[in-house]
Write a protein that binds this ligand. Structure first.
Ligand code: ADP
Ligand code: MG
Length: 565
């Protein structure tokens, strides 16, 4: 007798949710199981090619056993060994799990009303919404041992040796009666299952086959006045098998693009932007890219995995291929399919791969173009984008010794004294007074405080606009840029800005002379704290101000102090 094992705690929570689900779209369980089967076949296909074997015809088969209330989904995929059955099915779904768990926690606290089951790939456990028992029989490719995993959800699971012909996995659901109407079970109805496959899994790249009943004319009766028909079973492929990105762009709806995004990249909201393009040339490829509409869960944690999915002629090669995106675009999700890549490409070879570099450059250019055009055409949308991912673009400016700065300088937004709005550098320069030489900025932790700085008021009173840097990276950014349209950047809190007319200068000099003894006294008293004490024309309403000498600004000093701490 096999030993009974408990699910891990968080899996149990999710299972409870599934088992007791009164969710109206329980039907998505089929989508989840088919997508697992398809992933497993992808992996097998890749495995076979790497081992110089012919993968053969690979398929997903669905069987309905009305009498015993069983729904079976069988795949010719990679299969799972004993440890994998335990690890993969005993623990909460992995790929989408982090985001899902956080959303689930929010939902339990009543902080979220996102339709988590419908929007996330909740994975394998979705089976428990419709099944009272789930049996998984699996044999890993290359092994000759098969195992059977059985669970009713609530009471843990068992694993024991089993017998199975080829590699792959068979999932057998013993259906609950909850969803039945009198004498009718929708998940045992072949028409219903056909419709669900069409609805959710049409572009799965392997055939999804099922026996369906068709009416066929009895050959011998064809000359009769009224020919007779019989009901026969015919094994049919239910899906059209064309992946979304292989279809002509004009035939794909926004809903399809959005749905694909949510399912493949585990998001609960529609993307902000979809970028879909083909390149023909030395290296031909199709890219389907998405800019998320919010900062992805865990984006700033170490668990976040950037990169795109990589396919070669529709065959999945790998997830999170980082070589396809520059670091500063790590928020972009999506996939690339190229016929010019070898299937045998390994992680190590990626970095040197010439084709990949070409693809990456094209993608970079395309995304930056899209952002530029968003900036021009839809400022509001761009500012939302900027709020989410602006920090990454700033990072891109000074990262890698500033090699990408020219590509990015026109996409940057900064806070400014001009109407409290965000501004581009180009807008700032367009508004400059004729005699203005540098672009002025100040740094500080809050916008209000910066706006109140004496030097800011002074500059404004003279008709100059000042950029307000409230992020530590801002100053690094302009120091990397060095200049913009031939204007240098000047920290207004630093050094002498030479703003006064000859007359004003003379007046200041006279005042200084008549107050020399006071200034000397103050300097003596503050010895070691300040370098000099001067009368200033920087002040409009305030009595004193501290000014950094030339060299490092106060903010930069803080950054360095933090770095070396
Ligand atoms: P996800 O697909 O998001 O990883 P699931 O809960 O759907 O999460 O599946 C969990 C894991 O179980 C998968 O990552 C995979 O490793 C394994 N698995 C599920 N179904 C199959 C299958 N039919 N063949 C092989 N492995 C499978
Ligand atoms: Mg899955």
């Amino acid at each position: 007798m096999a030993e009974k094992k408990e699910f891990k705690a968080e899996s149990k929570r999710l299972l409870d949710l599934m088992i007791n689900s009164i969710y109206t779209h329980k039907e998505i369980f089929l989508r989840e199981l088919i997508s697992n089967a398809s992933d497993a076949i992808d992996k097998y296909y890749y495995y076979a090619l790497q081992n110089h074997q012919d993968p053969g015809d690979l398929a997903i088969n669905i069987q309905l056993d009305v009498e015993n209330r069983l729904l079976t989904i069988q795949d010719d995929g990679i299969g799972m060994d004993k440890e994998e059955l335990e690890e993969n099915l005993g623990t909460i779904a992995k790929s989408g799990s982090l985001a899902f768990k956080e959303e689930l926690a929010k939902k339990e606290k009543g902080e979220s009303d996102v339709d988590i089951i419908g929007q996330f790939g909740v994975g394998f456990y979705a089976a428990f919404m419709v099944a009272k028992e789930v049996k998984v029989i699996s044999k890993k490719a290359g092994s000759d041992e098969a195992y059977e995993w059985v669970s009713d959800g609530a009471n843990g699971y068992t694993i024991e040796p089993a017998i199975k012909e080829g590699h792959g996995t068979t999932v057998i659901l013993s259906l609950k009666e909850d969803d039945d109407t009198e004498r009718y079970s929708q998940y045992l109805d072949s028409n219903q299952i056909s419709d669900l496959v069409k609805k959710y899994s049409d572009f799965i790249r392997y055939p999804i086959k099922m026996d369906v009943e068709v009416e066929r004319m009895i050959e011998s009766t064809k000359d009769q006045e009224v020919p007779e028909y019989e009901t026969v079973k015919e094994n049919k492929t239910l899906n059209s098998m064309v992946p979304l990105w292989k279809r002509p762009k004009s035939e794909i709806t926004k809903e399809e693009f959005d749905q694909f995004y949510k399912e493949h990249f585990y998001d609960y909201s529609d993307p902000m932007k979809t970028i879909f393009f083909n390149v023909e040339g030395n290296v031909s490829f199709t890219a389907l890219l998405y800019i998320p509409s919010h900062v992805p869960t865990g984006f700033y944690s170490q668990d976040y995995k950037p990169g795109l999915q990589l396919y070669s002629r529709g065959v999945f090669i790998m997830d999170h291929c980082e070589e396809l995106l520059p670091d500063y675009l790590r928020f972009v999700k999506g996939l690339v399919d190229s016929q010019d890549l070898s299937l045998n490409i390994s992680r190590e070879m990626l970095q040197q791969n010439h084709q990949l570099r070409i693809i990456r450059n094209r993608i970079e250019k395309k995304v930056l173009n899209e952002l530029s055009s968003m900036l021009v055409k839809d400022r509001k949308e761009y500012e939302t984008f900027w709020k989410n991912f602006g920090l990454d673009l700033k990072f891109g400016v000074y990262n890698n010794f500033g090699q990408d700065k020219d590509k990015l300088e026109n996409l940057l937004l900064f806070n400014s004294t001009k109407d409290g709005q965000l501004t581009t550098l180009s807008e700032y320069v367009d508004r400059m007074k004729e005699d203005q030489k540098p672009i002025y900025y100040v740094t500080g932790s809050s916008l209000e405080l910066m706006e109140k700085l004496p030097i800011v008021k002074k500059l404004e009173s003279k008709g100059f606009e000042v950029l307000l840097f409230n992020a530590e990276v801002d100053e690094f950014v302009v120091q990397t840029l060095m200049e913009y349209r031939e204007h240098s950047f000047q920290n207004a809190s630093q050094g002498d800005l030479d703003l006064d007319s000859e007359e004003e200068k003379k007046e200041l000099e006279e005042k200084t002379q008549s107050n020399q003894s006071l200034l000397d006294f103050m300097k003596e008293t503050l010895k070691g704290e300040v370098e000099d004490v001067r009368l200033s024309s920087r002040l409009v309403d305030d009595p004193v101000t501290l000014v950094a000498g030339n060299g490092m600004s106060f903010e930069m000093e803080k950054v360095y102090a933090a770095l070396s701490a």
